[in-house]
Structure formats: C-alpha cells, structure tokens
Design a protein around this ligand. Sequence first.
Ligand code: ASN
Ligand code: ZN
Length: 347
Amino acid sequence: VHSAAANGTGRTLTLGNVGLVSNSISGGYTLTDPTRGNGQTLDARNQTGTSAATAFNDADNVWGNNATSDRASAAADAHYGVAATFDYFKNVHGRNGIFNDGRGVKSYVHYGPTNLVNAYWTGSAMVYGDGDGVTYRPLVALDVAGHEMAHGVTGATARLGYYNIKDSGGLNESTSDIFGTLVEYSVGNANDPGDYLLGEEVYINNPGNTKALRLMFKQDADGRSFSCYPSGGFTASLTYQNGKYDPHLSSGVGNRFFYLLAEGAVTPKGFSYTPAQLVCNGDTTIAGIGRAKAGAIWYRALTRYFVSSTTYPQARTGTLQAAADLYGSTSAEYKAVARAWSAVSVN
Ligand code: ASN
Ligand code: ZN
C-alpha cells in the first residue's frame, strides 16, 4: 500500500495527456512516484550539475500544458517515460528497477544550458537537456528515456565497456536502443507509436517521422554509422571521432541484428528500403521471431553472458546460448539468432 500515491495527469510535449503517479504532500502534490521506488523528477534549472535542482510541486496534480512554456511539460514526459521503463523491465523481464532492488531513480529535466541537445545516464540518475528549441525540443521522448535507463541496467549487469573499447561500446549503445524501442512499443501511445527509430519525437518538425537520431535497420544511412560488421572487426581508424571511439556508430550492427531477428528482412513502415538493402549477405528471406522473444534473448544474454569486453562475435555466441536456454538448441528461435547475426556479417 502506498498511502501517499496519487493519480495525476501529465500534459506532455510528445505523448498528449497521460496518467502520472505523484505523491501527496501538504497543500498539493510532488513529482515522486511511490509505486515505483520513489523515482523523482526534478528541475535542474538549466544548470550543469544537480546541486541547484528543485522539486516539481503542484496544487492540482495536472502537470504541464503540452508546451515548453510550462517547465512541468518536459517533466511530465520524463516522469511518464521512467514509469513506462520501470514497468517494462518489471513486467517483461521480472527486473525490479534499474538495480533490481526496487529503487527508483532521479530524473533531472531542463539540465544544462537551454540549448543542450543530449540526455545522459550519469551512473545513478538521468539528465535531460532542453534541445536547441529550433530543430530539437527537450530530449524527453519515450525511447530516449528507455535508452538512458537501459544504460543503467547495463551498468548494473554486463557492465559493457563504452568509450575506447571497440565492440563492447557498440553493444552497450545497441542495448539501450533496443530497450528504448521495446519500451516505446510497450506503451503504444498514439502520438508516439512503436518503431525502430530512435528519438524521432525529439524533432520539433518531423512530418512522417523520416528524421531520427538513429535508424536501427539502416543506421549507415547517416553516412557515419555501420550496419554491417567490418571484416576484421572495428578498428580505431573506422570509428574514432574527436579522438574517441564513438559507440553510437558501431551500435548499428547490433541494432540491425535486433531488427532482423524481431521483424525479419521486411521494409520498415514509412521507408522504402528493400530486403536486399537491409541485409549484408544477400539473405533476403529472413522471418522475424517477434519482439517479445527477441527482447527475452537479448535481456538474458545481457544479464548472463555479456561482460565488459564482449565483442560482436562473442555477442553472437552469448545470444545463441540465451536462445538455447530459452527455446532449445534445435529451436527455430536459435536458428533465427544465427541467421540474423550472419546477415550483419557477424559470423
Ligand atoms: N545521449 C547519449 C547516450 O546515451 C549520451 C552519450 O553519449 N553517452 O548515448
Ligand atoms: Zn546511449
């Protein structure tokens, strides 16, 4: 029993009006969710750092006005995204919060300068920039929230490397894109339905959702990322940006693997890529096993078999082991995992 939990309404930037859980306090409500480990959404007041952050309090439990003119609008998106991610991991994978101990985490919106186009998992909390206000709105979209919280899950489990650790950084980023996408699908909000685009709702002007931070099925369309594993693996010369290995480029291999495993080599809704353009090896007749099974395989591999130094070939082995555990080593699911990895040139 959560005696202080109260059902409120979020007037969000990206999802329309949604239900939120807040906490009753004297004279009103505060944006803390007692039903999900007291996860709290705060206003970072456009500071870099969180020491000046303040709680969101409200008299009528209606948060925001569907526009950035009310600072609580972005908070409503973030608070909802955290709840959706908490529920996804609990209901689908039996994981009780990021740390599997029932604790909620803090989310800071309006973090950093007013033009910050980024969001981060800090190791213990989430922070969301406001975007530049021209091309990008605050980065509080559902798949971005799921992506950032999944970094926390990875940090509490496989602890996959990140910068300067070649394949594992890509697997780390891909894990976050995969779960961000599965969170988006799990909600099924009409204003932000599930898709294999990352951050499409962050664009202020995006008719038909043709723009995204990443296209999971064809990340190399950005001219920088990889959708096929290079022969010989990733090297510094391929993926270094600004003197650092960028895991957002090598994640495209894991992202396409997941798309092919879940959906098959099929043209994504709203795009015209042919099956031949979605595979690296000409295997154009791959059928998907569905998001639920693909997600279960990835989660089991992440939490049982991936470690900090896991490479893409080792991820193939780990996900095959996970598929064998869940469905048997002669199952269609096991064969589908092998085929999807081969289709991104991970052999
Ligand atoms: N938004 C980015 C991410 O979560 C921040 C970063 O580069 N770590 O991937
Ligand atoms: Zn990330």
